[in-house]
Structure formats: structure tokens, C-alpha cells
Design a protein. Structure first.
Length: 173
């Protein structure tokens, strides 16, 4: 069963926002959705730090590379969401090291807190979920050539900040 609505959130004009439920008075605002992600670091076999990138198997961004990341669940902190997304998308339990930065994605209507993280078990194997088709551990020295392959500009900026040691520095508006 479906119920027609006078206007959807996508089509609502600014003068029609916020949308208000006639039954309960709940208000829908078109604010950005909170999200969280992780730059998972490990010591590579050649002694160089590597980060985990995932190739997206689903839209948006299918075929592009991404970090383990996603929208927060209700009542979940950004730290909890980052840890959950790492486990769901890579199969790796991680410990968060530090907040890398906060990144806005106007096309995705999202704001993402991205953390540096390390696997709890450095020898754990990556196990992908349905959102990814493959993974790569990318050495720090090779990261700049991977940035243009990233599916989303916000996550590309986070990876660029990581490789250039820009932790928490504001971005130009």
C-alpha cells in the first residue's frame, strides 16, 4: 500500500520546508546526513604504511575506489559508526587512532567524520561485503596516483589529507 503525498522532500520548494507530518507533527529538515569513515592503516611487508581502499560494486560510484564509510545509524556516535562501517565493509575490527577530519559532500548531502584507524589484528584478512568488488592495500608513496580513481570527492580529499599529514586542518569554503 502506498499513500500519495502532496510533495516529496526532493521536490519541496524552500518555502515548503520543513515538511511537517499532519498526524504527529514530526518535522523533516533537508539537513545533510551524518556519516563516518575510516582510513585503515597497516604496516606493509616492505615497511611502508599502507591504507585500505575498496572498489565500489554498487551505485553511487560503482567502479570507483572508496574508504570504508557510510551513514550513521540512529543514536550512533561518529566513532561507533566508523568502527561499524569498517567491520561491515572490510571485515576488519579496528581501533580508532585519531580524527583525520570532517568532510562535506554536497552531491551526497552528507557530512562525514573520517578517522585514522588500525586493525585490531594486523594479520586479519579483508572480507568484503556486497558494496565492494575488490580491495587494495595502497602504500603511502603510491596513494597520490590513486586519488583520481576515488569514487567521491570528499573521500578523495580525506585520503589526500592523510597522505599529506593534514590532520583536522580546515578546508577553504
Amino acid at each position: 500500500m502506498t499513500t500519495p503525498v502532496p510533495v516529496c522532500p526532493h521536490c519541496a520548494a524552500p518555502s515548503e520546508r520543513p515538511l511537517v507530518c499532519e498526524r504527529c507533527g514530526w518535522r523533516w529538515h533537508s539537513n545533510p546526513y551524518p556519516a563516518a569513515g575510516v582510513v585503515i592503516e597497516r604496516q606493509g611487508s616492505a615497511g611502508e604504511v599502507e591504507i585500505l581502499l575498496l572498489r565500489r560494486a554498487v551505485e553511487p560510484g560503482a567502479g570507483g575506489w572508496d574508504l570504508p564509510a557510510g551513514f550513521l545509524e540512529p543514536h550512533e556516535s561518529s566513532e561507533e559508526g566508523a568502527i561499524r562501517e569498517a567491520l561491515e565493509e572490510s571485515g576488519l575490527a579496528v581501533s580508532l587512532v585519531k580524527l583525520l577530519g570532517v568532510y562535506s559532500s554536497p552531491p551526497g548531502n552528507a557530512v562525514s567524520a573520517v578517522y585514522r584507524a588500525r586493525p585490531v589484528d594486523p594479520d586479519a584478512t579483508v572480507t568484503l561485503d556486497h558494496e565492494s568488488s575488490e580491495h587494495a592495500w595502497v602504500p603511502r608513496s603510491s596513494v597520490p596516483e590513486w586519488i583520481p580513481r576515488m569514487a567521491f570527492r570528499a573521500m578523495a580529499t580525506a585520503v589526500d589529507d592523510w597522505v599529506n599529514d593534514r590532520l583536522g586542518e580546515p578546508r577553504p569554503a
